[in-house]
Ligand binder design. Structure first.
Ligand code: PNW
Length: 442
């Protein structure tokens, strides 16, 4: 029997858990970054988030009511190995053990992500992703978690969106750890993330487990009447955003990064690319929107500039709504990588809306339209030959949206952050009905 298509929702530890200093958890780079004045919009604090650490059972009940057969969540490295390497914190592992048991009991397949940006601060202090040792520490932490949960969890995501962590966290400084490195050092970070993935995948596979890598992908759009310079900028952006963390794992080579003025990626040692090559049993695709890429202004320091996609609806975040871009992404991967491409999973897709509770109800027609459009886009991609095995809505509950704090509400469930009251939105019922219709036994 082939395994069923996975219908789920996705979340991340730091965005929902709270309880940042409970049961032996140590600070992550996000705890420290969020405390910097000005780092988070309106100074919102991640301390409580959705209090999922205490309310996880209520959240699993919500998943049960939604009727999903899968749930993507992330494991907080600083809960399990508080200093990043060395001593293991049993209480941290126990938390995820209980969560996995509760999911499995309800027939919900757990899909954990091992790194969703919350690096233990102790590792950051020792060099963070600029240090090769961090990759090794990640593999050791992976082994610890896999040994504990591998009897119930068969499929794992190593890293979430390494390109966003690299660019926002290490080049632009708008995400933790808030660094603004120059291009070669940013690419060194990229290599250590890829190496971490490769080493962790080897740990998982040696235990008979599957390793997936989740990337944020955004198809490149050129402006009308594009010049050669615009097209060259588009190719440079595509190499950096879409291929830097995909080509090495599928083809064993880096994309052409010559536009960035770096002859080769720093830190790559003999054997590294062999380890990274072919290290995935699935590719996770997080899709939000396409990117309009233009030639840069003189002296901008980057070989591309980003424009604004007009003529389509936008989300509360200002992101353009373009469902066809998801079809294009999934079919594009299929065409580009051919037989080297493993199964695909849409591991995040969703939108933030201006959601307010009125008389106990949250009406979110924009989210319903967004989800219907993007699920149809997945169908279209499958009809065109893309081997898509699952779809996960970002996200179950409104949560801590990184530098935006609680301002962006991506949830199917509204959260009143003052009281932690959860109220399923209209989109929750719509997604429940879509899943029910599609998983009904004839
Ligand atoms: C993803 N962009 O982040 C993350 O995986 C989630 O943790 C996050 O909550 C979600 O998408 C919504 O933002 C992104 O600017 C951050 O293209 C930035 C971008 C895309 C995704």
């Amino acid at each position: 029997m082939s395994s069923p298509f996975l219908w789920g929702t996705a979340s991340a530890a730091f965005q929902v858990e709270g309880a940042l200093s409970e049961d032996g958890r140590a600070p992550s780079v996000w705890d420290v970054f969020a405390a910097r004045p000005g780092a988070i919009r309106d100074g919102h604090s991640p301390a409580a988030a959705c209090d999922h650490y205490h309310r996880w059972s209520e959240d699993v009940d919500l998943l049960d009511r939604l009727g999903v057969n899968a749930y993507r969540f992330s494991i907080a490295w600083p809960r399990v190995v508080p200093r990043g390497s060395g001593a293991v914190n049993k209480a941290g592992l126990d938390f995820y053990d209980r969560l996995v048991d509760a999911l499995v009991e309800r027939g919900i397949t757990p899909l954990p992500t091992l790194f969703h940006w919350d690096l233990p601060q102790a590792l950051e202090d020792a060099g963070g992703w600029l240090a090769r040792d961090t990759s090794k520490a990640f593999a050791d932490y992976t082994a610890v978690v896999a040994d504990r949960l591998g009897d119930r969890v068969g499929r794992w995501i190593t890293l979430n969106e390494p390109v966003v962590h690299m660019a926002y966290g290490h080049a632009f400084g708008i995400h933790a750890p808030g660094r603004t490195l120059d291009v070669p050092e940013v690419l060194r970070v990229a290599h250590h993330l890829l190496l971490a993935h490769g080493l962790a995948a080897a740990e998982l596979r040696s235990r008979g487990l599957e390793a997936l890598l989740t990337n944020n992908l955004s198809p490149v759009r050129a402006p009308e009447h594009a010049t050669d310079a615009d097209l060259a900028a588009g190719a440079a952006y595509d190499a950096l955003h879409n291929r830097l963390f995909t080509d090495p794992v599928l083809t064993g080579a880096h994309p052409d990064l010559s536009a960035f003025g770096v002859p080769e990626v720093p830190g790559v040692r003999e054997g590294d690319l062999d380890l990274i090559s072919g290290s995935v049993d699935g590719i996770g695709v997080n899709y939000y929107n396409p990117s309009l890429v233009l030639a840069p202004e003189e002296g901008s320091g980057l070989p591309f500039a980003l424009g604004e996609i007009t003529g389509v609806p936008t989300t509360a975040f200002g992101w353009p709504v373009v469902p066809e871009g998801l079809t294009e992404t999934l079919v594009g991967l299929t065409d580009r990588y051919g037989s080297a491409l493993p199964p695909l999973y849409v591991t995040e897709n969703g939108c933030s809306c201006r959601d307010e509770v009125e008389d106990g109800r949250v009406t979110d027609p924009e989210r319903i339209a967004y989800l219907e459009g993007h699920i149809a886009a997945v169908d279209a991609a499958r009809e065109r030959g893309a081997d898509v095995r699952g779809y996960f809505v970002w996200t179950l509950t409104d949560n801590f949206e990184w530098a935006e704090g609680y301002h962006q509400r991506f949830g199917l469930v509204h959260v009143d952050h003052a009281t932690q009251t959860r109220t399923p939105k209209d989109s929750f019922a719509r997604y429940r009905d879509i899943i029910a219709a599609r998983t009904a036994v004839p």
